[in-house]
Design a binder for this molecule. Sequence first.
Ligand code: NAP
Length: 296
Amino acid sequence: MTDDRITGKTRLAAVIGNPVEHSISPQLHNTLSRYMGTDLAYIPVKVEKEMLDTAVQGFCAMGFVGVNVTIPHKKEIVSFVDRVSDEAQLVGAVNTIKICRHGIEGYNTDGEGFVRSFREDTGSSFGNKTVVILGAGGAARSIAFSVVREGAANVIILNRTLSKAEQLCTAVSKVTGAALKPVAACSAERKDVIGTCDIVINTTPVGMYPDTENMPVDVDMAFSSSQTVYDIIYNPPRTRLLQKAENCGCMTANGLGMLVYQGIAAYEIWMDIIVPGQICTRLYDDLKKYMLNKGF
Ligand code: NAP
């Protein structure tokens, strides 16, 4: 039987990064296109740093609808974009480009993906809560802006390098007016800060495959059952941090939902549509099963 899924009419999209071999964005987007009845094929493309400019020109020349951008290109891509969304401007990074007739638009959907997933996976919100974000990198930046916007009462950035936590707090304060608190991950107050907040969000790669034996908090850290712990890592699905939090009776969630919803948000931007809720849920369930079947 011939395979006629891709024809001359099929629209194209991609994810670029380095590495991209383990990305599950192709499964996510190709499944989503099937559910939406859209004739779109999505491919992973490994792009070296020095070839980013050429790659972007190539996608434009070949009429790609859009491209997701991942590590290490999220910051550099900004200089190849004609218009940057307010969110991407704030975050200083672009994870989605839309290729239009009048130029390239840059967006950042990580914050939206995180908030949608947090709400759905924990059934909770940030209003009047005290939130500790572990890490002060790119993902922490998106999440810090979102959490403040979502009404958190106190936000603490706890990071290995204190100066980076300070810079992030200043950047978010400058835009939102909120007073964030930077704390060094090695400081004496770290346990107290983590142990007494409402929500802990890990944005460091500590605990991610293959570093699965490590945790971004002290091994003897005790949580209380009223706390919510969200780890943006999704491989493994239950990091040691999440296992510990579960054992303490906390509400927990991993980063698969963030990945799914940032992808859905990108797709909505490219297609100028809203993906119906039941398709989002179905897609998310499929991705959970996919991860399980692949032995993650
Ligand atoms: P990044 O910009 O490189 O930031 C990494 C942060 O983690 C920095 O604050 C860094 O601290 C800290 N860190 C790194 N290694 C550490 C260690 N061994 N001990 C303590 N702290 C450490 O990275 P990113 O883009 O924010 O991504 C971070 C993680 O989030 C990655 O695992 C990535 O895969 C994941 N992520 C998931 C999603 C999703 O959709 N689920 C989306 C984006 C990112 P210093 O400042 O001291 O260097």
